[in-house]
Design a protein around this ligand. Sequence first.
Ligand SMILES: Cc1cc2nc3c(=O)[nH]c(=O)nc-3n(C[C@H](O)[C@H](O)[C@H](O)COP(=O)(O)O)c2cc1C
Length: 192
Amino acid sequence: MFYVPVILGSIRRNRESIKVARFVIRSLQQRSDVKTELLDLKQLDLPMMEERLRFRDDAGPNLLEFSAKIARATSILIVTPEYSGGYPGVLKNALDYLRPEYKRKPFGIITVSAVATGGILCLNSLRQVILHMGGVPIPAGLLVANVQQAFDAEGNPTEAGFHQRTKAFLDELLWFTEAIANQNAKSEQQSS
Ligand SMILES: Cc1cc2nc3c(=O)[nH]c(=O)nc-3n(C[C@H](O)[C@H](O)[C@H](O)COP(=O)(O)O)c2cc1C
């Protein structure tokens, strides 16, 4: 079983990105080999990062929970809006707390935007950050453009092709998830 938590990078009032995160979580839950859950930065409410977790002995329970779940993750999915041509500060603040937890883990990135560009600038800049932290951003991305019109009142995509695009993106993420999980298992066997 692969554990693939979803980090939601928006804490904005009336945030639209939560619709994307909920839809993707429902899609992942349909897969028998995946366990997922939302890691909501709004609920986690992590303080501004004064120092990385590994150099602290006074971390609060929410930061410890965030760290433990990312450490346990086989791969990580980020759903995030594009703000000011990049990623939201609240997402970077959370990511900066950790580092060993990301090592060699595949990251899928879904970007959300109110306009037609779909958050491509955020996708590209977040990939650089993930590489720097030792994670593995997958080549596929999923862009959600014009998010205000992208979901109906029940939270289903309004665009016919979005289901297929989501499936193709998740297939890619799970391919890398399984490949890296197998390689990690091999490395563990060799070292035991
Ligand atoms: C501070 C701020 C900056 C933004 N900058 C961008 C941007 O650079 N590119 C873009 O496509 N949308 C931008 N937007 C619009 C967001 O894409 C839109 O608000 C979308 O709903 C964001 O997701 P959210 O509702 O979860 O916050 C910005 C929104 C905010 C609040």
